[in-house]
Design a binder for this molecule. Structure first.
Ligand SMILES: Cc1ncc(COP(=O)(O)O)c(C=O)c1O
Length: 357
């Protein structure tokens, strides 16, 4: 039997999400936190595990967790949905708006999942190139949005992999359009301190997504949340998997919210280290780091990116090689780690090229 005849032809070009993981000692490739759960919180997690009823389904709408999130960010619980990472919530957003007269827009380069979900859910899309400093070009965006009757705009704020925030002005212009829904992905908000969350009450066309995977150091439990108008929440709840967030993740996310003050020094350390690593990269004459508002730095090199990537890896440090023709030519991305990890990276990137740090 020819299985292929049953498969969707429009998925034939899509490959499974895959990230190369060559051997390494220092992992600075995935914008994760370098800090695991502090012992104080780990102890609470272990106590909590003992109380979990593994044979029962979890709370299907994660009520207690949503209440904790609503207290933390000061919005009504009915505006909050939680998911298996913000990835899952972004997929739901595509699902609820996937109809023939809706078009999705996102910048290039940006977070790869927007394109993947658009393809998976059959939403027509346009990728709009960022300017030479990785900024949104306002007129280009407006003229594209003018062409179609119903638009979904996906923007990561700050953007991944470039690390920068986009112009607030342009975001307001997009938000003021009655033909456009703006999905603002604030995965790195804790490192930028800039958010549009409070505007959700005024703008029913604004959806904000956030995650516990980055600043909260919980990439391993897959937990994110979105905040939106109750009508959007109600649509998302129609497509949401029953019991989408497992009991363990709900419990750990609640503990992290309860003890979030303990994590503040971690975020502060990443911000200090971000400045230090950035300044060191600026001092290397073949490197052009891009100013960043997140926990990673994109940098362009006048040496071939493959060569830089392999040299750094030969010192046991794994970063992300993003080089491809166009704006990201010879660009690499390094996540900010602990001070020791960053030293290892800085040593690796300069050592073999005969530079000192
Ligand atoms: C911009 C952006 N949004 C969302 C995500 C996914 O986050 P989560 O772990 O919550 O699915 C990432 C992860 O790298 C990201 O860079």
């Amino acid at each position: 039997m020819e299985l292929k005849q049953f498969f969707r032809a429009d998925l034939s070009e899509l490959s499974p999400y895959h990230v190369e993981q060559p051997d390494h000692c220092v992992k600075l490739d995935a914008n994760e936190s370098p800090f695991d759960l502090p012992n104080e919180i780990l102890k609470e997690v272990l106590k909590e595990i003992g109380k979990l009823r593994f044979h029962r389904y979890p709370d299907p709408s994660s009520n207690r967790l949503r209440t904790a999130i609503s207290g933390m960010i000061n919005v009504d619980k009915d505006l909050v949905v939680v998911g298996n990472g913000s990835d899952e919530l972004i997929s739901y957003i595509f699902q609820i708006f996937a109809k023939s007269d809706v078009r999705a827009f996102f910048p290039s380069p940006t977070f790869s999942m927007y394109r993947i979900f658009a393809q998976v859910f059959g939403v027509p899309f346009t990728e709009i190139k960022l300017g030479s400093n990785f900024e949104l070009v306002g007129e280009t965006w407006q003229s594209y949005l003018d062409k179609y009757p119903k638009n979904l705009v996906f923007l990561a704020y700050p953007n991944n992999p470039t690390g920068n925030l986009f112009s607030e002005n342009i975001l307001h212009q997009i938000l003021s359009r009655s033909d456009t829904i703006l999905i603002l992905d604030e995965a790195y908000f804790e490192f930028s301190g800039k958010s549009f969350l409070s505007l959700v009450h005024q703008h029913p066309n604004l959806i904000v997504t956030r995650t516990f995977s980055k600043a909260y150091g919980l990439a391993g439990i897959r937990c994110g949340y979105m905040v939106a108008h109750p009508d959007v929440v109600s649509e998302v709840n129609k497509v949401r998997m029953p019991y989408n967030l497992n009991r363990f993740s709900q419990a750990v996310a609640m503990l992290i919210i309860k003890y979030r003050e303990i994590l503040k020094p971690y975020v502060n350390s990443i911000l200090e280290e971000r400045k230090r690593v950035y300044d060191r990269l600026v001092a290397i004459d073949w490197c052009r780091p891009i100013p960043t508002d997140s926990n990673f730095i994109l940098f362009q090199t006048s040496k071939p990116a493959d060569q830089v990537f392999n040299k750094v890896l030969s010192h046991g440090v794994l970063i992300r090689n993003l080089s491809r023709p166009g704006l990201l030519e010879n660009c690499l991305r390094v996540t900010i780690g602990t001070a020791e990890e960053n030293d290892q990276f800085l040593h690796a990137i300069t050592d073999d090229f005969g530079e000192s740090v």
